[in-house]
Design a protein around this ligand. Sequence first.
Ligand code: PKZ
Ligand code: UBL
Length: 315
Amino acid sequence: FQEFPGGWSGSSLRGGTMDLLLLLLLHGLLLLPLAALLLYRCSSTFQYLCKMAFFNCWIVAMATLLSPFAAFRGRSVENMKLLRASLLPLKRFYGIRMRVRGSERLQLPGPFVIVCNHQASLDLIGMVEVIPDRCVPIAKRELLYLGTVGWACWLSGIIFIERHRRDAAIGVISRTAGTMRRENVSRLCVWVFPEGTRNPGRSMLPFKRGAFHLAVQAQVPIVPIVISPYCDFFSSKEKRFTSGTCTIQVLPRVETRGLSPKDVPKLTESVWQAMAKALAEMSMSDHGDQDTEQLQLGEDRGSPQGQGDTAESSK
Ligand SMILES: CCCCCCCCCCCCCCCC(=O)SCCNC(=O)CCNC(=O)[C@H](O)C(C)(C)COP(=O)(O)OP(=O)(O)OC[C@H]1O[C@@H](n2cnc3c(N)ncnc32)[C@H](O)[C@@H]1OP(=O)(O)O
Ligand SMILES: CCCCCCCC/C=C\CCCCCCCC(=O)OC[C@@H](O)COP(=O)(O)O
């Protein structure tokens, strides 16, 4: 003990234990990311959870960062540009290749109503790919209470409805139609998910009628947009999220000039039919494309693929 002063005294024992704990902590800190990486590579469920967590964190982070800038402008549809720009990089992070067909159909001089199928919150990635300037979505009121996300949505002029209070929702839609008519010169467009809720899979739910009443009241055209099924690369049910290709098809506009509220059920049905047909065709041709792609990769790697009227954006 004299040779090693304080060698095995109580305080050095405590020091040794501390060192050991620190060493274990350091190992843990190094091993934890490694274990997480390994789990990410091996477990598709863990990969799905990480990707969804990143999706939500990205939205919260962007909303928190950008809302103060948007607030300078006040509540304005121009803030949709910020929201759009902040969500555009997401497709690259996830390796989702976007194919847009018929985007020229969105270049109308006046206001219009967009109706689009709604599979998952991932639709935001497709939405920002094609949403025109001065276009606001109609969203469920619950989003307003998501802290800075709600604030960002409000500042961007997103229209909120309480889905279960029909009269109040109809009131909001009527006021929106009034604004669309009044702002004809500066052109306000509205994006509606007429299924009214998320619906994963290859089919569509029957449409709610609000979007069609809106278009008829404002006497503006309806532009249907169909996003191809995500099943090949995303399923919330199966907790699966890989990379893949998504096609967005803009259909020919449907005129509403001269139509009255009594025409709404027929209008709703005919737009549903057109979109369901496009969805079915895209679903089949996407599989066809994939088979062809695999065939081409097998036969001739790197051969160029023409897409006709398709604009592509990818990683
Ligand atoms: C800076 C970074 C930030 C990042 C930040 C990222 C976050 C960025 C998020 C943005 C993205 C948002 C995306 C959200 C996505 C959703 O939140 S989806 C959910 C919200 N959307 C909807 O609900 C769709 C719109 N809903 C409707 O239109 C529904 O018709 C209504 C108005 C709610 C009513 O619903 P309902 O009563 O269940 O159903 P419905 O059968 O349609 O109507 C019943 C009757 O009312 C009549 N009716 C309906 N509407 C009307 C009307 N307007 N006038 C007269 N009669 C009407 C119908 O004709 C029907 O009567 P009949 O014809 O049978 O006689
Ligand atoms: C102070 C509270 C702070 C809470 C912070 C919560 C953070 C939330 C994180 C991320 C928010 C992501 C919002 C993405 C919005 C996607 C739009 C969407 O897909 O909405 C669903 C709606 O169409 C239909 O809803 P339902 O299928 O009927 O259900």
